[in-house]
Design a protein. Structure first.
Length: 417
């Protein structure tokens, strides 16, 4: 018998959540904020509630609200590296997963209640998952009770993003603006690194740009060069949209397979019913076999620091967990496929003058083993580490460090002979 969802208010919908239950919802611009706001109010009267999600653009005020003592918050993405000014210290139980592992975790873990956000339905009763596929597909699969906020602001994206009304238990029709994630202004250091990285990406490549100033600068450099026949995977942000609009993409559609879309309101309008964009789970884009099938994946990645051994820290600041791995390891593995490359770009120093190329990492956590790190770019040059000895790698990295740090690092490198 086909299930017919009940339509109600957000406040009424979350009464299905009881003490001791587990609740999961998507992150970034896909967070169903009407439902999560109602959840925080509901949680004041509950106990032992486990809540799981990723990075929340809506903020983490609920962890300071009266409900906080009743919530065990688990997350696959702490925000301290990307939202450092507004969410530098979030109390959460961190899941140290790659992005493909996160997709698998959501598919394998049973949750009592899932909260999602969807577009209005089409004439056949199908809603669109909109701005997220990887997380929402896992929630739809694993949640015993599925509550969906129907938001007319949510774009109808194509690809693997359809969900039929019969799969949903409760509908909450509530419009609200989608959270934006605008790019920060570029500076000359971003532009220098981004231009160098863009010069390594050939026409015809499949690229993952990541998030931040360096990927944006790389996109600008690709457009300035007149790059052609590019394909895109992973996150889809404003720079990727601009590359497609500038004619840098393949003539075929879809031009991009995206698991997450986040950026400006202009981007959300542009992806609506756009055949150039196909939503796709990380279970079809981030596994080793997916990279083998694509063959020419060039990923632009960032890090907090790298040591002379080539070990990468992308997660900890001051010895504390602040960010996450995301797709770092997935794309590092993909970079080993012949025809592709894992490109790591980072500024030689922080804005406060702290070295990012260091003798040893900040903490005991190694986000990425040295074995996978072959190309590192700073504003002072490129270190090609492939086929080099431990000592040769250390010298190469020291030579692209900030001039104020270089002599000390070269001296440390001598200890690795």
């Amino acid at each position: 018998m086909t299930k017919t969802p009940v339509t109600t208010t957000a406040e009424e919908a979350v009464t299905r959540i009881e003490s001791g239950m587990s609740v999961v919802f998507p992150h970034l611009s896909a967070e169903p904020c009407a439902l999560t706001s109602a959840l925080w109010n509901r949680a004041e009267g509950l106990k032992d509630l486990t809540v799981t999600s990723g990075m929340l653009l809506s903020g983490y005020k609920f962890l300071q609200m009266p409900c906080a003592e009743n919530i065990h918050f688990k997350t696959w993405f702490l925000p301290g590296t990307l939202l450092r000014k507004t969410a530098a210290d979030v109390k959460a139980d961190y899941l140290p997963l790659t992005w493909s592992q996160t997709a698998r975790y959501l598919l394998e873990t049973p949750f009592d209640v899932g909260l999602i956000q969807v577009s209005p339905p089409d004439e056949d009763g199908y809603y669109s998952m909109g701005l997220n596929c990887t997380v929402v597909k896992g929630i739809v699969h694993s949640a015993k009770v599925l509550i969906a906020q129907v938001n007319p602001e949510m774009p109808r994206t194509l690809g693997d993003s359809r969900i039929h009304g019969s799969e949903i238990d409760v509908l909450v029709e509530q419009a609200e603006p989608l959270a934006e994630y605008p790019n920060r202004p570029l500076d000359t250091i971003d532009e220098t690194i981004g231009t160098a990285i863009a010069g390594m990406i050939p026409d015809g490549a499949s690229i993952s740009l990541g998030v931040g100033g360096i990927p944006l600068a790389a996109a600008n450099a690709l457009m300035a060069r007149g790059a052609k026949d590019l394909r895109f995977i992973n996150t889809f942000t404003d720079p990727t949209m601009e590359l497609i609009k500038a004619g840098c993409a393949t003539s075929e559609s879809p031009k991009a397979h995206a698991g997450d879309i986040f950026g400006t309101a202009e981007l959300y309008r542009w992806v609506d019913n756009n055949p150039d964009i196909a939503m796709a789970s990380a279970m079809t884009t981030h596994r080793p076999e997916d990279f083998v099938a694509r063959k020419t994946v060039y990923s632009v990645n960032s890090a907090l620091e790298i040591d002379l051994l080539g070990q990468v820290n992308a997660e900890t600041i001051g010895g504390k967990q602040a960010g996450s791995m995301g797709g770092l390891i997935d794309f590092a593995v993909g970079g080993q496929v012949e025809g592709g490359a894992f490109l790591l770009g980072l500024r030689s120093q922080t804005n406060k003058g702290k070295a990012r190329i260091v003798n040893r990492l900040d903490a005991n956590v190694v986000s990425l083993s040295r074995t996978f790190v072959e190309t590192v770019v700073t504003e002072h040059g490129t270190a090609n580490l492939r086929n080099k000895t431990v000592y040769e790698r250390a010298v190469a990295l020291a030579n692209i460090a900030h001039p104020d740090d270089r002599d000390a690092l070269l001296a440390e490198a001598e200890n690795l002979r």
